[in-house]
Design a binder for this molecule. Structure first.
Ligand code: SF4
Length: 291
């Protein structure tokens, strides 16, 4: 210890001694011991060196499993009448009691029609349609022929006889139970195929007939009827044998009876089409149509 340190130490002792003497003179005979601070508490008061704490690791966002994909149910064998959902008509179906008067009104309008001047000038009369105003099944042909023009009723010639057989012997129905009409209401000269503008002029009449009757099924006979109502240019071979949709009404396409008279070997396919229709309508399908 150096001399200066020894002097300071002696001075410090003398000051402590003087302080103790003054306390004693003031009546203080003991000095309480300093409180014992537990190490852990004391550590809180101590300033410790900064500790480097490693950053929290940045984890990638958790992978959330995507919700299971919604797989549409596979359609099962569904009755054809429910295949096409809601009605595609602008107006509700008229009550059955009002349909005869509505058809009579439309028939009178058609009888005065001259939208196709040449057809109006050459026809004997218009051929509107025949059958039940509440028919479940509506047959649509092409145009009146010579017999129809003369008698004013659709499908009354040889082709009409074959259609009647298809309805009665094949399907077990009567002509009175179904409805039968053509796309054109006036006969084209020489029974030629209707021209596109003639179809365009007359199709609204057929559409109004269908809107009044609201059949559950349509059977479109030949390409003219199919292309007019289904708005398609596909061949009849591509159209037959499957269901189509006209404003929510299930429709099948098959050969026109006139074609079947020329090509009787195709009757088998027409019978297959009718069987498809009968199954959908809940009609009993015989193994072979009655002769
Ligand atoms: S075919 Fe139809 S649109 Fe043409 S004149 Fe006859 S009724 Fe009228």
């Amino acid at each position: 210890m150096s001399l200066e340190a020894s002097d300071e130490h002696a001075l410090l002792l003398r000051m402590v001694q003087q302080h103790l003497d003054s306390l004693r003179r003031a009546g203080v005979d003991r000095i309480p011991a300093p409180p014992v601070i537990p190490p852990r508490t004391r550590a809180i008061h101590l300033r410790s060196a900064p500790v480097e704490v490693p950053n929290e690791p940045v984890l990638p966002p958790p992978i959330v499993a995507p919700p299971p994909a919604v797989v549409p149910p596979i359609p099962t064998a569904t009755p054809a009448s429910s295949l096409f959902g809601s009605s595609g008509f602008d107006t509700p179906a008229p009550p059955p009691s009002e349909r005869p008067a509505l058809l009579a009104e439309l028939r009178a309008e058609v009888a005065q029609c001259t939208r196709c001047p040449h057809l109006a000038a050459t026809r004997t009369q218009t051929v509107f349609g025949t059958g039940s105003p509440t028919a479940r099944l509506f047959f649509v042909g092409e145009a009146p022929g010579g017999d129809e023009d003369r008698l004013g009723e659709p499908f009354v010639g040889r082709a009409g006889a074959l259609l009647t057989d298809m309805i009665t012997k094949g399907m077990g129905l009567t002509r009175e139970e179904v409805y039968i009409a053509n796309v054109l209401k006036s006969r084209p000269p020489e029974n030629r195929t209707p021209l596109p503008d003639e179809v365009g002029h007359c199709l609204p009449f057929l559409e109004r007939q269908i809107a009044i009757i609201r059949p559950q099924y349509l059977c479109l006979l030949g390409r003219t009827a199919a292309s007019a109502l289904l708005d398609t240019a596909l061949s009849l071979a591509r159209l037959r044998g499957r269901w189509h949709n006209y404003r929510g009404i299930p429709a099948i396409v098959t050969y026109h009876p006139s074609y079947l008279l020329r090509y009787p070997e195709e009757k088998k396919k027409a019978w297959e089409d009718l069987q498809m229709l009968m199954q959908a309508m809940g009609l009993k399908v015989p193994k072979r149509p009655k002769a």
